[in-house]
Design a protein around this ligand. Structure first.
Ligand SMILES: [Zn+2]
Length: 300
């Protein structure tokens, strides 16, 4: 077990009393089971034990890890790519709507194969990226013709950014506080932070339970609720300006839960659950399958 870390205290608030919630299997290849716990104080859920930073690499090296895949071959990959095209546009317009500057320096943490960076670069933004997966990093580097940092190099960097984005990547970072502290330090005074993470209080999460694809163990180390995210932001003096659901996630996650996690899933049921989750997230973003948090650095 030397390669695994047992998380005894809540990675967010440090409280040592947690309850066991679910056992979830890694559906992307290893099939290994991991346990998800919920902190009794701040409501963050977390995976424990987790592979350590070096050992977790192998859990990313699978063809089904579509966010890092550059060669679509299955139907899900094709849908993913189509949706990605639309969401790239929507991410860019969110950034340009909420940030103080219309064009500046941006950092994408967990940039994958660099599609978002490329989109921003084409609109004149100065872009930098961080990516843990070496082959994804290589693809991103070729795409934007710029060096992409590994996470360890980010922690040494003192560059300043107008915008920092984490599209489904905060939940992957070992040592949450080290990274959030560095993110705060790397934002300019009026900088804007965009964080999108899955929401375990969503309709689709509650329906699929241990089959919910967005638990994505062991790659997802943390599983946020709206309340636990608010606690994290408050601790760093961040100001939450706006939050909303990501509209395609309930459909994509339900489809993944049905077809990739379950043995005999139904695409029709995935569409129905996705739709119900989408509607509940529309009326109450705290119930969204994934929530996008738009955040200001604040003065403290
Ligand atoms: Zn906690």
């Amino acid at each position: 077990m030397a390669d695994y870390l047992i998380i005894e205290e809540c990675p967010l608030c440090g409280f040592s009393d947690s309850i066991k919630i679910l056992k979830v299997s890694d559906y992307r290849g290893s099939g290994e089971q991991f346990t998800i716990w919920e902190c009794k104080k701040c409501s963050l859920r977390f995976t424990s034990p987790i592979p350590d930073e070096n050992h977790i690499q192998k859990y990313y090296e699978t063809n089904s890890y579509v966010s890092h895949s550059a060669q679509p071959d299955s139907i899900i990959d094709k849908i993913y790519k189509l949706v990605q095209k639309i969401t790239l546009r929507s991410k860019k317009s969110s950034v340009e709507k909420w940030s103080d500057v219309k064009c500046g320096a941006t950092l994408d943490i967990g940039c994958g194969t660099g599609d978002f960076l490329n989109k921003m670069k084409m609109s004149g933004w100065e872009v930098e990226g961080i990516e843990v997966n070496q082959s994804a990093r290589q693809i991103a580097q070729n795409k934007i013709n710029k060096n992409i940092l590994a996470p360890k190099d980010f922690l040494k960097s003192d560059n300043q950014f107008d915008v920092i984005t984490l599209w489904h990547s905060l939940e992957h970072l070992h040592d949450l506080h080290k990274y959030v502290g560095q993110i705060k330090g790397s934002l300019k005074q009026n900088g804007t932070l965009f964080v999108a993470v899955p929401n375990y209080n969503s309709f689709d999460a509650e329906y699929y339970r241990s089959n919910w694809a967005a638990y994505d163990v062991p790659r997802h180390l943390y599983h946020f609720s709206f309340e636990s995210m608010k606690i994290l932001l408050k601790e760093y003096g961040f100001e939450l300006m706006k939050y909303r659901q990501l509209p395609f996630d309930p459909f994509y996650i339900s489809l993944m839960s049905e077809t990739a996690v379950k043995n005999k899933g139904s695409i029709i049921r995935a569409s129905w659950i996705g739709l119900r989750s989408f509607v509940s997230g529309l009326f109450n973003p705290k119930k969204g399958s994934s929530i996008l948090y738009i955040i200001r650095k604040g003065n403290n």
